[in-house]
Design a binder for this molecule. Sequence first.
Ligand SMILES: [Zn+2]
Length: 340
Amino acid sequence: MKKVRLDKIQGNSEVKKYLEKRIENGSFSHAVVITGKSGFGKKTLTNDIISAMACESENAPCGTCDRCKKISDNECVDIYIIKKPENRTTIPIDAIRDIYSSISYKPNDLDFKVYILEDGDKIPPRTQNALLKLLEEPPQGVYFFILCEDEKKLLPTIRSRCEVFNLNPFTHNELTELLKDMGFTENLDDIVSLSDGSLGTAVRIASGDNGILARRAVTDKIIELLLDRTGSEFGFISYQLENIKSSQDYFEVCRAVLSALRDIITVKEDAECALSYFYDTEKAEEYAQIYPCTTLLSMCDIFFDALQNENVNTRLSLMLTEYSSRLWKTKYNGDNKCQR
Ligand SMILES: [Zn+2]
């Protein structure tokens, strides 16, 4: 039996272990949905899976045989990629009709054929319905991969016919190890905390960004003020945010605050969980005692809203005042509610 190792994407070890077993047993699902934010490796994982299924080496994918090479060079004629055309906002129904007309052809390079729907979020319901029949009774030797950021954009009927796999952001430890592997040595904990689980962001910060420590300090201070039970320190959050000079830094700090709040919410449910902002669970647990989940979630909403505003430079001070009063209300109301 061939041994499969999917190592093209980092992290997500549970999902990968499961997929490896399915490929080794020859029992891979005919229709899968892979979800995850942009940059989490959906396409890379899909290609790794297809190579592993196609490769005939003992340890697959070997990366060197004809099949592996064709797949990695995007030259395999049995892999059909369906994506949203540049000038359209959605995948047109014609794209699904094309699948129907090509599906019965025998594969050329491989023993099977693959259809990859790259913009799963961009398939209108009517077009999804057209796809449904194919997913219900796929012909032998045909596999469908639907890649999307938000699986809720897919009809329940589609989801129920597919195996759904979610790709997660990197944990603090995974990102730290990756940065070390790439030769970065300094301020790793701070860099990772500001990266919101994204390797791309982490590398950008690690490559010559000097304000990291300052931003980490600002974020720490905001979290501390945000969760201070007395509320007396609250006004200083605006002051902290005003110290941020560029809109990119502002976004980064907002994302880091969100990441910290998510950690705190997660710790409430599972003290053993992997965290992305906090170095260790102790501090997060301490904060988790202060507010109930509902209040923490309202705080998340506010920072999430802040991130949606593109004109952050011109509107910064106005937004800060507005957010301050909203935060204050959230906090004040939250204070009167029960603690978990
Ligand atoms: Zn191979």
